[in-house]
Design a protein around this ligand. Structure first.
Ligand code: HEM
Length: 134
C-alpha cells in the first residue's frame, strides 16, 4: 500500500493496473465470502487469472486492446448472489480509492458496477429459467 502522505494519482499505465489488480485480488482471496468461490474455480491458476485481469483492465481503461473474451459466460454458473456482488464492489471501490484518484479511477468503479449489475441480472435469469432451458 502507498504511504499515507504520498499523493494519489490516476490509473495511467500497465504498472498501475497491475498494482490495482494485485491488491484487489489479494484482498478478495482473504475475504471469507468471496475467497472460497474464487479458490474453488481458480485453484492453482491464479497467475493466469491475474494476467487475464491485467489485460481486461488495460483494454477498458488504457484503450490498449489486449483482452478479448465473454466475461458474462464465465460468471453465469458461479454460486453467487447479490451479497457477493456487493462485497466484490465494496472491496474494489475501496482499493481503487486507496491507491488512485481521477477520471480513470472513477471509470474503473463505474465499469465494475455496470458489469456487476449485468452479471447479477444474467445469473438471476439463469436461475429462474434453468428449467426451461435444460
Ligand atoms: C461475485 C463477484 C464475482 C466473482 C465471484 C467472480 C469470479 C470470477 C471467476 C471465478 C473467474 C474465472 C472464470 C473462469 O476462468 O472460468 C472470473 C473471471 C473474470 N471476471 Fe469475475 N467475478 C465476480 C465479479 C466480477 C466483476 C464485477 C467483474 C467486472 C469487472 C468481473 C470481471 C471478470 C473478467 C473480465 C473475467 C475474465 C473472463 C475471461 O476469462 O475472459 N468479475 N471471475
Amino acid at each position: 500500500m502507498k504511504e499515507q502522505n504520498q499523493k494519489r494519482k490516476d490509473i495511467l499505465s500497465l504498472a498501475d493496473i497491475k498494482q490495482l489488480v494485485d491488491t484487489f485480488y489479494t484482498r478478495v482471496r482473504q475475504d471469507e465470502l468471496l475467497g472460497p468461490v474464487f479458490e474453488e474455480k481458480i485453484g492453482s491458476n491464479w497467475e493466469k487469472h491475474l494476467e487475464t485481469m491485467y489485460r481486461f483492465w488495460q483494454t477498458v481503461l488504457l484503450d490498449e486492446r489486449t483482452y478479448q473474451g465473454s466475461p458474462g459466460a464465465k460468471h453465469i454458473t458461479l454460486p453467487v448472489g447479490e451479497e457477493h456482488f456487493e462485497r466484490w464492489l465494496g472491496i474494489f471501490d475501496k482499493t481503487v480509492d486507496e491507491l488512485f484518484t481521477g477520471e480513470k479511477a472513477a471509470e474503473a468503479k463505474w465499469r465494475a458496477a455496470r458489469m456487476a449489475e449485468m452479471f447479477a441480472q444474467k445469473i438471476n435469469y439463469f436461475k429462474n429459467n434453468r428449467g426451461a432451458i435444460l
